[in-house]
Design a binder for this molecule. Structure first.
Ligand code: WTA
Length: 646
């Protein structure tokens, strides 16, 4: 591990929003007087009616309730669009770069306002009302942003489903949200390959009787099946509507969006975020964590199908009136210099991506980076999974030419925004550490019993108090919200992550301690992959664990036992991999499948995942006590047939 420390560049300390003295002073204030701190921070938004109450949150498991600015009234789309359209109408709001480098669009705030209003009017014409849920299944095209902001404008709740998910996954999310309208495109394009989005929607809707309208954005122009009375092309609908549309005044605690995310158990949860607190938090963190000023060109490579795309492609930057770059493609197409070429073409100054992308580009060698200028860059960021010091140092030295601080931002879909992170003008950096808490954030490390550990230590990461961007509930299932996050440790929010704190008080996130894995920066529940596998007629049982993967961070390792009479073959392994792709989506494809005669179970029938994890890591020397297993001999078979020999 690198012990190097990187000092704050002096010029940056002088020019940044926050230097170290300001960090220490404001952090103290934010913890001692959360109401005062967050009341003043909320002044960055335009409120239709100001709030009189700031924080009102209880983590008591008997009545978990989280409310911020509860009597305030505002509109998120107004804050992200209209107020900038008035002040800086000609500033570029969204810089779009297509999958094909020849395709570019620059949308000013004035144009964004018109596009959002039109989209909002189309939604209204289609019968969407305040509080209705609208499912969005779109590629990374500007219409995805228009659609999200249009929903927010009229008080509808968007539920964006990543366009890489299968029809089945989409159907589950549409039904859970109770959407009657779905927005999609004819096709998507990624890395030169077409993705048949409309066909996926058609397949999903066979299981969603509640959907009565589908809006289809033309992306490739391919003729797709259109169902009479249900399906309408967006451009046809948009021709007939006005280009202005009033904003709906929304309560600060009215829902803004639902976003499904994987957990330890069960189907994905609908994480619910509301309007006021979420937007204050996304906007403040975006400005201070990335030190984003008026002239910056900011690029976050995340897809809007994930929370990073919500908070740091769309809501945070637009609430701040920034220029946000939206990229449809992938890092390696048409060549592995693509990211750096985009940076040079648009003079990107702030760049935010995932460790998995950095590691995969590292594998292409330095020349693909060094052949580009990147002189415009001033700040780099990462998110989604722990970054190993080697990748951090490469990002710093090769991509940033040793000049640009890296903000390693730790947060979750549930947290709405960044919670533990360096600030570029304030924080000395240690490669691999997310460093210190953001303002108002009170992390702690606890042992298995929930005792708060002091000083340099290691354990499970919890948060002791609420911050404005926190999720409010699991959509339609408040009990699950309480159970998942507030029942493990009384009075604390449990993150599901493990962490170490060093002698400087810096946090080092060590990864999930539950049955969630982070595969190439995408969050996946092992239970979801297991239930996809056991749905295959030849599979009897399946157990899925993560294992260390050089590029993806974690890979998916599946142990499978077959039905009586079935033979394990390579062909069947490939068939099962394809099956999971089809059931959930390509991001869930197992990297390794091991056929097993049996799974290690306790006498009461519980699968001992600890053993499976060790074997998948090729580290079976220390399996611990296996004498409690119902059939200890299965372990020998598992070790003999492991798929991950070093
Ligand atoms: C992991 C993504 C280490 C962590 C914003 C968390 C990280 C999960 C980091 C949430 C980081 C995210 N360092 N681990 N900087 N950022 N994680 O909901 O395990 O897709 O719990 O949100 O990603 O993933 P999610």
């Amino acid at each position: 591990m690198s012990g190097e420390v990187f000092e704050v560049p002096a010029a940056l300390a002088a020019s940044a929003f926050i230097d170290n003295d300001k960090y220490l002073e404001l952090y103290k204030r934010s913890i001692e007087d959360p109401d005062g701190f967050w009341a003043s921070m909320a002044g960055r938004l335009d409120w239709i009616k100001p709030f009189t109450r700031v924080k009102n949150a209880s983590y008591d498991p008997h009545h978990v309730s989280i409310r911020w600015y509860e009597d305030g009234i505002l509109n998120a789309a107004y804050n992200c669009v209209d107020r900038h359209a008035d002040r800086t109408p000609d500033k570029v709001a969204i810089l779009w770069e297509g999958d094909d480098p020849a395709e570019q669009r620059a949308i000013t705030y004035r144009e964004l306002q018109e596009e959002v209003c039109r989209f909002a009017n189309v939604l209204k014409e289609a019968g969407v009302r305040r509080g209705d849920r609208v499912t969005i299944y779109l590629p990374m095209i500007p219409e995805a942003a228009f659609a999200m902001l249009a929903a927010a404008r009229i008080g509808a709740v968007h539920s964006v489903v990543f366009a890489g998910f299968s029809p089945d996954s989409l159907a589950g999310r549409i039904r859970d949200a109770g959407s009657s309208l779905v927005i999609t495109a004819d096709e998507g394009i990624r890395g030169g390959r077409k993705v048949s989005l409309k066909a996926n929607v058609d397949a999903a809707l066979e299981k969603c009787p509640g959907v009565s309208k589908v809006l289809v954005v033309r992306r490739t122009g391919k003729a797709v099946a259109m169902q009479d009375g249900r399906d309408v092309y967006y451009d046809d609908a948009a021709r007939g509507v006005a280009s202005d549309c009033p904003v709906s005044p929304m309560g600060a605690e009215d829902p803004l969006f639902i976003l499904y995310t994987s957990g330890s158990t069960g189907s994905p949860k609908g994480v619910l975020h509301t309007t006021g607190g979420y937007l204050v938090y996304a906007s403040l963190t975006h400005q201070w964590v990335f030190d984003c000023h008026e002239d910056d060109i900011y690029w976050c490579t995340a897809d809007v199908g994930w929370v990073t795309g919500h908070s740091y492609v769309l809501y945070g930057p637009l609430a701040n009136g920034a220029t946000t770059l939206m990229f449809e493609g992938v890092p390696s197409h048409p060549n592995p210099s693509r990211f750096w070429e985009v940076i040079d073409r648009h003079k990107v100054t702030i760049f935010y991506t995932a460790p998995t992308a950095i590691r995969s580009l590292m594998a292409h060698g330095e020349e693909a980076v060094k052949s580009t200028s990147r002189a415009s860059l001033r700040i780099l960021g990462t998110v989604g999974e722990p970054i190993n010091p080697e990748a951090w140092l490469w990002y710093h030295r090769v991509v940033g030419d040793g000049r640009c601080p890296i903000v390693d931002t730790w947060w979750q879909t549930e947290t709405g925004g960044i919670l533990i992170t360096p600030l570029p003008g304030a924080t000395r950096l240690k490669p691999g550490s997310a460093t210190r808490p953001f303002f108002g954030v009170e992390p702690a490390i606890v042992d298995a019993l929930g005792n708060v550990l002091e000083g340099a230590t290691e354990g499970n990461l919890v948060l002791l108090s609420s911050w404005p961007g926190q999720m409010r509930t699991v959509y339609g299932d408040h009990d699950r919200f309480v159970q998942t996050y507030f029942s493990t440790y009384k009075g604390m929010y449990f993150t599901g992550d493990g962490a170490r704190r060093d002698e400087d008080g810096y946090y080092w996130i060590t990864g999930r301690v539950d049955d969630v894995i982070n595969v190439a920066g995408h969050r996946m529940g092992t239970a979801e992959v297991e239930s996809a596998l056991v749905a295959h007629p030849k599979v009897a049982e399946a157990a899925v664990v993560g294992y260390p993967h050089d590029i993806k961070g974690q890979g998916i390792y599946a142990y499978v036992t077959l039905m009586e009479g079935e033979t394990p073959t390579d062909t069947l392994a490939t068939e099962l991999t394809q099956w999971v792709r089809k059931e959930i989506g390509p991001i869930a494809s197992p990297d390794k499948i091991q056929f097993a005669v049996g799974l290690p179970k306790t006498r009461s029938g519980k699968i001992m995942r600890r053993i499976l994890r060790k074997i998948a890591e090729d580290d079976f020397g220390s399996l611990g006590d296996t004498s409690t297993l119902a059939d200890p001999s299965v372990v020998t078979d598992l070790i003999d047939h492991r798929q991950n020999r070093h």
